[in-house]
Structure formats: C-alpha cells, structure tokens
Ligand binder design. Structure first.
Ligand SMILES: Cc1cc2nc3c(=O)[nH]c(=O)nc-3n(C[C@H](O)[C@H](O)[C@H](O)COP(=O)(O)OP(=O)(O)OC[C@H]3O[C@@H](n4cnc5c(N)ncnc54)[C@H](O)[C@@H]3O)c2cc1C
Ligand SMILES: C=CC1=C(C)c2cc3[nH]c(cc4nc(cc5[nH]c(cc1n2)c(C)c5CCC(=O)O)C(CCC(=O)O)=C4C)c(C)c3C=C
Length: 468
C-alpha cells in the first residue's frame, strides 16, 4: 500500500504520477481531511450570472522546466482544450500597477523606460544597473530579499517593486523572505560573478542546464504564441477536478473527510492512523503542510518534527466582488500595495480584465498575509473583511456602486513563508529522512516553491525517486 496524505494539487498530482509509475500494482490510497479535493484551488462558478470567482490561485506561468512540466500534465489529462492563455501582448500581461502615494503607477515594462524617471521611482532605473556593477560582492549564506535588492539595486526598487512583488507571491514581508527563494539566480549571480548583471550576462552566453528541456506540444505553443500566463475554462478548479476523476478511474482509493492523525515508522514501513483505523504503508507521500506533518510525528523523530514546525505560514483574507457593467477605469492584471503604505489590503486583481465575465467587472481583493493580525486581529468577522474590501475599492478605484455579488473567505495558514535560512532547513529535513531511510516523501508548497508549477514538479520528482 502506498499512501498519499492530502488532496490538494500536490497530493492529487503525486497520486497521478504514482499511477503512471506503478508497475507493481501496489494499492494507492489518498487521504484528504476535508470533503473537498483541490486544497487552496477553488473556483466558484455563478452560472446564472456568467461569473467565476477564484478564491485561491488563478494563473499559472508557462515558462521554465516547471512550467513545461505542468503543461505536459495538462496534455496527459486531455485538458488541452480547456487551457486559456493570456498573451504577453494582452493588457493584463502588460499593465501591472503599484498603488502608492494615493495613485496607481504602471510598472515600467519596456527597455526604453529604463532611461527615464517613472514615478514612483525617483530616478531612471538604468542607475540601478550601474549601482549593481559598482557594488562589491558580499559573501553571505543567505539574506533577506529586501536587503539584497536594496544593497545591489537601491532602496527605490526594494520598496516599490520587490516588497509589493513578495506580497503578490507569498503575502509576506520582503524584509524576512529569503533571496534564495524568489531570486535564487540573482543571488547566485552575485555570489559567483560579483554582480547580478555580470552573472546574468555570463549565463546568457553559457546556457547549460542539468535537466533536459521538456518539449511538449503545449509548451512549444506557449513559446510560439508568447503566453504570459494561462488559466482554465471553468476556472482553475477544472484541473484538480479532472485529476481527481482520472486517479479514481485508475484505481486510487480516495478517502474524504478523514484526517491522518499520526505516523509511526516501524522497521521499513509506516503505520498511519486514519480516523479510528491503522493503515500500514510501505511508503507515504505527504503533501500536507510542514507544520501539519510535524504534529503527526509524535516524539519518535523530535529533530524532524521541530524543523518542520519552524516553517511558518500566514493567513490571507480573500474577497471576490462582481459589479454590473465594465466600470474599471484601468485595464491590467491589477495592483499591489507596498507594505509601508500601511493599508489593510495587499492588492486587488482585475479578474474581468484577464478573463471574460459576461460584461461584469470582477475584482479580487487580497488582504492580511504577514500583517493579518495587525489589521484584522485573531478572529475577524467576514463582514469586517468585506466592508474593508468594498471601501478600498471605492477609495482606490473610485467605484461607488455596490457589488451585485460577493464572496469572502479567510484562508487560514494558506501560504508558507520561506524566511532566511529556509533553503538550509529543507536540506536538513531531507538529510534526516535520507539518513534514517524513512519511507517518506515530502511534496507540496512547504519546501521547494509555492507556485502551482513548483508543487506539481515536487510531486513528480518525489515519485521518480521512490523505488518499488
Ligand atoms: C490566495 C492564494 C493565491 C495563489 N495564487 C497563485 C497563483 O496565481 N499561481 C500559482 O501558481 N500559485 C498560487 N498560489 C499558490 C498555490 O495555490 C499553492 O501553493 C498550492 O495550491 C498548494 O498546494 P498543496 O497541495 O501543496 O497544498 P494544499 O492545497 O494546502 O493541500 C493540502 C491538502 O491536505 C489536506 N490535509 C491537511 N492536513 C491533513 C491531514 N492530517 N490528513 C489528511 N489531509 C490533510 C488539506 O485539507 C488540503 O486539502 C496561491 C495561493 C493562495 C493561498
Ligand atoms: C496584481 C495583484 C496580485 C495580487 C493581489 C496577488 C496576490 C497573491 N498572489 C499569491 C500567490 C501567487 N501569485 C502568483 C502569481 C502571480 N500573482 C500576480 C499578481 C497578484 N497576486 C501575478 C501578476 C502573477 C503572475 C506571475 C508573473 O507573471 O510574473 C504565484 C505564482 C508564482 C510563480 O512562481 O509562478 C503565486 C504563488 C498570494 C498568496 C496572494 C495573496 C496576497
């Protein structure tokens, strides 16, 4: 028996890869603690109004090894016809805004714009290139993203570009998040070549990768057609829905509403406590959060449990709003707010600019994250979040109308914070599992990347490594 813990995208894709590899016909059991498969991916479809609310992720990048891997999965699931690309020429790809000093500022997007001063930046961005070339290398094992960028490119870029970007990827504080997480290649460029620009130029001329490129039909199409990001017809939930039905058709047993409450490693197998039963597995793939897994280990593996529990998570409040008519004055993906503005929101996504919403304006207001308690306290009511969202939409986007539809969710501990030292912590965790030969694989957003592409690739890599 092979057991997969968790039915989010990590667990579902792990079960899919296990089915593909399973040449010994081992039984596969997926255990999900709630009555829903998909984890944080959830699309609420209002068929009568022609509106889709995404409460979690909404777009996926097609680029890189990870991006190509996800597109291959889409082909394997026969979902190609459901893919909806957003091209690089689309306003949603070209226009991304920062809200600061009471104004929405488009982020510069062309090479030409490097030579001019574009507010909120105080000087031409080309000066940051010179700063990087003139700043001596600092040898460090890790650093915060903010301090790395401030040191090499200047405070303007750290405040107005990087800090909001970190909010738009992990709802976190750039002053705490590790540079090795979001900008590993820039960090390595400095460590190896003394400067970001020199490193990037050297890598451009010396393009060798340890992994062979994935050349699927969809990823080739994405390159030729110049996709920026993509989403799915019917909402992103189409992906976990199809994965769930495919793995079930292929014989995976799916237990819903059943939590795993303990894992005991006995000889070379694992005893999983699920509900009131003990299930013996020869291998467990855990896709649940690191701190959730820490709680299952008891006192048997104190070191592992401690390290896993130190990976922190933050809570995000999400409010989806639909208004009659196309009432946005700006066209784009949306905007992010630098944390120093002290506003109770992290940013707003203009969903109706990215996908057709039957003539309605659909917005998603994201709030809290690293600052959830500061603005909302321990247990805020959904009404408080909804009121905050509507009033911020009114103040910033000058929309006075009342929404015709709304939804509010509080996503408790939904996104991990890869703080300084995360990379080494994950190495220690993996070394412990390897040294003790525990039949346990770790996948999901807690370890090697929070994007859907990273999570799906973590599952493929883990399954590749298991020997039956
Ligand atoms: C608001 C938001 C917006 C995002 N936007 C994007 C985006 O645009 N693009 C992108 O690429 N990524 C985005 N992400 C990131 C991405 O959605 C997540 O990283 C990804 O969905 C995590 O998947 P997972 O399978 O690792 O974890 P989860 O989705 O958390 O799945 C874990 C599952 O395990 C179950 N579980 C937990 N404990 C137990 C237990 N003891 N026993 C059994 N089951 C258990 C849970 O119920 C859950 O279903 C976003 C995330 C959030 C929160
Ligand atoms: C424009 C406003 C945005 C808000 C508000 C926002 C919130 C938000 N995002 C995540 C997590 C992720 N977002 C990701 C991609 C992504 N997010 C935005 C914008 C906003 N996000 C954009 C434009 C993109 C596309 C990325 C690109 O084209 O460069 C991802 C995936 C990153 C990856 O590695 O692929 C994640 C993860 C959270 C938790 C959140 C809540 C505040």
């Amino acid at each position: 028996m092979l057991v997969v813990l968790g039915g989010g995208i990590g667990g579902l894709s792990a079960a899919h890869y296990l089915v593909k590899k399973n040449n010994v016909n081992a039984k596969i059991l997926l255990v999900e603690g709630t009555n829903y498969l998909g984890g944080w991916i959830k699309s609420i479809v209002h068929n009568d109004k022609g509106v889709i609310f995404e409460t979690g992720p909404r777009t996926i990048r097609p680029t890189g090894y990870q991006g190509a891997n996800t597109l291959t999965l889409i082909e394997e699931l026969n979902l190609t016809d459901k893919v909806k690309p957003i091209l690089k020429s689309h306003p949603a790809a070209k226009n991304r805004f920062i809200y600061t000093n009471k104004k929405l500022h488009p982020l510069p997007s062309s090479l030409k714009s490097l030579f001019f001063t574009h507010p909120p930046f105080h000087k031409p961005l080309i000066l940051s290139v010179f700063k990087d070339l003139l700043t001596p290398r600092k040898k460090v094992p890790d650093e915060s993203l903010y301090s790395f960028v401030e040191r090499r490119l200047g405070k303007d870029i750290a405040d107005y570009a990087i800090s909001p970007m970190v909010c738009g990827i992990c709802a976190g504080d750039a002053k705490e998040i590790s540079v090795r997480f979001l900008m590993a290649s820039l960090f390595e460029a400095e460590q190896e070549h003394g400067s970001i620009i020199k490193g990037l130029l050297k890598n451009m001329f010396n393009k060798s990768s340890s992994k062979p490129a994935i050349k699927g039909i969809l990823s080739e199409r994405a390159k030729v057609e110049k996709w920026s990001v993509w989403t799915m017809d019917g909402g992103l939930q189409t992906l976990p829905d199809k994965l769930s039905s495919k793995i079930a058709d292929n014989g995976v047993d799916i237990l819903l509403n059943e939590k795993c409450t303990s894992l005991r490693f006995i000889d070379d197998s694992v005893q999983c406590r699920i509900g009131s039963k003990d299930i013996h597995a020869r291998h467990v793939i855990s896709s649940i959060s690191a701190n959730g897994l820490a709680n299952l280990l008891g006192d048997d593996h104190k070191f592992l449990s401690k390290e896993l529990s130190l990976i922190d998570f933050v809570t995000v409040g999400v409010v989806n709003l639909a208004y009659n008519g196309e009432i946005l004055k700006q066209n784009g993906f949306g905007f992010l707010v630098p944390p120093f503005e002290g506003l109770p929101i992290l940013g707003i996504i203009f969903d109706s600019c990215c996908t057709q919403q039957n003539g309605k304006t659909v917005l998603t207001v994201m709030m809290g994250g690293r600052w959830f308690n500061k603005y909302f306290g321990e247990n805020p009511s959904k009404e408080k979040l909804l009121d905050t969202a509507i009033s911020q939409v009114k103040n910033i986007l000058l929309i006075d109308e009342q929404p015709v539809l709304s939804n509010c969710v509080i996503l408790k501990d939904c996104i991990p914070q890869y703080v300084i030292g995360h990379h080494d912590r994950v190495k220690r965790i993996q070394s412990y599992i390897d040294d003790k030969k525990l039949p346990l694989s770790l996948v999901g957003s807690s370890y090697n990347g929070v994007g859907l592409n990273d999570v799906i690739l973590s599952s493929r890599t883990a399954v590749d490594k298991i020997t039956f």
